[in-house]
Design a binder for this molecule. Structure first.
Ligand SMILES: [Zn+2]
Length: 68
């Protein structure tokens, strides 16, 4: 598996801070590249996505639109 890259990121801003997504702060969620403003935000979501329902809802909405 290749590392996620910024070009593929489905969201322009971090769901936690609203700051722009950083290239070193990407994760894969539901098979899509999602981004955060720093690795701390990424790790807290990646470790426990179910704890961050707002962030999940934002990603789910974008992914559902992409897959529709
Ligand atoms: Zn963030």
């Amino acid at each position: 598996m290749t590392d996620p890259i910024l070009k593929d990121c489905i969201n322009p801003t971090c769901p936690f801070s609203g700051e722009p997504v950083a290239a070193g702060s990407l994760a894969v969620y539901r098979g899509h590249t999602v981004g955060f403003c720093n690795p701390g935000c990424r790790d807290k979501f990646a470790d426990n996505p179910d704890d961050y329902k707002d962030a999940k809802a934002l990603f789910d909405e974008r992914i559902d639109a992409l897959e529709a």
